[in-house]
Design a protein. Structure first.
Length: 410
């Protein structure tokens, strides 16, 4: 009965967020399933946008075209020509303007129509044939777009919405992983960021022996044969202890049957500020082994449509010298990147197996460690409903990534 009571209490907390708006599923206001608009989103990595050709992709269930104008600035617009609704991403970039491939209409970076080929001069038609454009910035190796209604919800300065390491390359170094597209709804992907699944799902992919050998060969030799790591304890003999932490909420710790803590290669440091930031960023401060430099892992989860999610992931360190930068480049290639790619592949498989969003939410049985996940669900629902009913970006006190997030030097 206690287990059932836990579930009822958690589900009740989820449902209250969207009770004043029609729901697609329990705790999911209708419309949120394809994204939360009126926020800055990473759209694409900068090197993937050439100078002389447009790129088409979908975000928040909207077809977008990304291209560079005559000054090389990235531009993001709706990917439909207002004339006959063909995709502008099939067109050309000519003299810093985007030309529709079908009939040759041209558009400037602000979406205004600059040329109707059969009209000798601009007319009232030009002002009617405009394309929706979005505020766009290029920072940290990513193209960012504010996908929303800028008249109703003015775009905040992007500098107020990004982690510090992307804004100050002189004091930080970050390494981007390849962009991934997962076959899962973005809300299910966000659910997968709970802080206790790593103990089981990543038990083998995060083993720390290889990291220790790279960081401290002498310590690795001394450690050989000792029972300090989870890798020496069979999976059948491992359990999970749920603990409360400062700044990170609940988290799972690997323990043996006697309750002794095991090092499962996923040491979490204290996080200052929010671990989850709207619209879909998760922050972890990780230290693979005690002697390794802790780093910040950022994960942006961007909805493509109802069925797919695009993920942008990077790792960052605070640095004080060029020597540190070189050391970290080697560490990333030999340790961090392989580990993150392995764990991402495992998370990706779980998200896909969760199936359909509506069916998953209807049949899940939540337990007490899901408390923090439910809080994130509720924040997303509250922000969506506030925009629909109150016309505000909410909650108004939503914090951006903390400027003093712990990122230690090497």
């Amino acid at each position: 009965m206690a287990r059932r009571a836990d579930k009822v209490a958690i589900m009740a907390n989820t449902n209250t967020a969207s009770k004043s708006w029609p729901e697609l599923a329990s705790g999911v206001p209708k419309g949120l399933e394809t994204g939360l608009r009126n926020y800055w989103y990473p759209i694409i990595q900068s090197p993937e946008v050439p100078a002389n050709a447009p790129v088409g992709l979908k975000c928040l269930n909207e077809d977008l075209v990304i291209w560079r104008d005559g000054e090389g600035r990235a531009r993001v617009m709706n990917d439909r020509c207002p004339h006959r609704r063909v995709k502008l991403s099939a067109g050309r970039v000519l003299a810093g303007e985007l030309q529709c491939a079908y009939h040759g209409l041209r558009f400037a970076g602000d979406g205004s129509c600059t040329l109707i080929p059969w009209e000798k001069q601009a007319s009232d038609l030009n002002s009617k044939l405009c394309v929706t454009s979005y505020p766009t910035e290029e920072i940290g190796g990513y193209v960012w777009a504010y996908l929303g209604d800028v008249k109703k919800f003015p775009a905040p300065p992007i500098e107020d919405c990004l982690p510090e390491e992307l804004l100050h390359p002189d004091r930080f170094i970050h390494f981007s992983l390849p962009t991934e597209e997962w076959d899962a709804n973005w809300l299910l992907v966000i659910d997968g960021s709970d802080t206790y699944h790593a103990v089981t799902l990543h038990a083998e992919s995060q083993e720390h022996e290889s990291v220790l050998r790279y960081i401290d060969p002498a310590a690795a030799r001394a450690h050989a044969g000792k029972d300090a790591g989870a890798s020496t304890v069979p999976l059948a003999d491992r359990l999970i202890e749920i603990v409360e932490t400062d700044g990170h909420g609940l988290r799972g710790i690997s323990v043996d049957r006697e309750g002794r803590h095991l090092d499962h290669g996923h040491r979490l440091e204290t996080i200052r500020g929010e671990r989850f930031n709207l619209p879909g960023m998760v922050t972890n401060v990780l230290r693979p082994v005690p002697t390794a430099a802790a780093y910040v892992s950022r994960l942006y989860q961007v909805p493509i449509d109802y069925h797919r999610t695009r993920l942008f992931r990077f790792a960052a360190w605070r640095v004080e010298s060029d020597a540190q930068r070189e050391k970290l480049r080697d560490l990333v290639e030999r340790v961090v990147r392989p580990r993150q790619l392995r764990t991402a592949a495992e998370d990706r498989a779980m998200a896909a197996m969760a199936g359909d969003l509506v069916e998953s939410r209807a049949n899940e049985f939540l337990l007490s460690p899901d408390r923090d996940m439910v809080r994130i669900r509720r924040r997303l629902a509250e922000a969506f409903v506030a925009q629909q009913l109150e016309g505000t970006r909410a909650p108004r006190n939503e914090r951006t990534p903390s400027r003093d997030t712990l990122v230690f030097p090497v």
